[in-house]
Structures are given as C-alpha cells and as structure tokens.
Design a protein around this ligand. Sequence first.
Ligand code: PNS
Length: 157
Amino acid sequence: MKLAVYPGSFDPVTHAHLDVLKRGLKIFDRIIVAVGEHYAKSYLFPQEERVAMIREAVKGMPVEVKHFKGLLIDFAAKEKANAILRGLRAVSDFDSEFQMAITNRKFNPEIETVFIMTRGMYSYLSSSVVKEVASLGGKLEGMVPQNVENKLRERFV
Ligand code: PNS
C-alpha cells in the first residue's frame, strides 16, 4: 500500500488541487491531505474550516484529511507515508518547490517528494485568484466545488 501526504494551505481547496489529488490516486493507494499553516501567511478560512471543506469535496475517495503543525516531514514520517505529493503549475512554482523538497529530503531522505503537473486548464487557478474573484462577486464556475463556492459567498456578502 503506497501512501502519500499531499500538503498545502488549501485556503480554499480548488479544482486544481482536486485534479492533482485524483491524478495522485493513480500512483498512490491512499492519500492524506495535510492542511498546514505557513508561518508568514494569513488565511481567509481557519484551519478547521479548510479541513471541513476538503472533507466534503473528497467524499468517496480513498483520502483522509488532517491538519498538521510543525515540520511537514515529521508529520509524513508519523503517518508512515512513502511520499509527499505536490502540484506544479508553472515554472514560477519551481524555485520554492525545489527548495522545500530538498529541505525535506535533508531532514528525511526516506520520503520522496513527487510532483504532478497541473492540467493546462487549471494552470491559471490558485486559491488567491479564487478569493479575489469571489471578493469581487465574479463567477466561480469550474474553479471550486459547490460547497466551497457556498462558503466563499457567505464570506463575501
Ligand atoms: O501550499 P502552501 O500554501 O505553499 O502550503 C504550505 C505548507 C503549509 C504545506 C508548507 O508551508 C509547510 O509544509 N509548512 C510546514 C513547515 C515545513 O515543514 N516546511 C518545509 C521545510 S522548508
């Protein structure tokens, strides 16, 4: 049984994240979505709400959703994961992802980082874009699942 941890802020989860997750399930038997906090970021949704939104969006998939604190690599080791899964959208993502993967490997060389390229149709899509569109009352069709759209609408009434 191959297990991956798919970490992120997911503020909120988008179809781009879900696409990476579904494609990750072609490689891994099970995936744990690990909802974390970056020390320098501020979030629209608290961690529990981000977790709840993802749980609803992944119903029926062999996916668990957990929050974590501390180093990602320690969480992945505790869960006995074989790999960390990350999505790559564009070349601009590469530098920071490379840095993070190398740092994580330095801490624990047993756990590989695996990247899945986001599908072209989602390469523009990020949680930030979604929040900006939602805050300005724009259409969110094709960007986020319905439950996430509802939450965003509540936030930006
Ligand atoms: O998708 P994001 O918003 O870039 O996710 C960031 C997150 C929370 C996954 C990342 O910041 C993280 O893993 N934080 C935990 C601390 C850590 O282990 N950092 C990696 C070493 S550089």
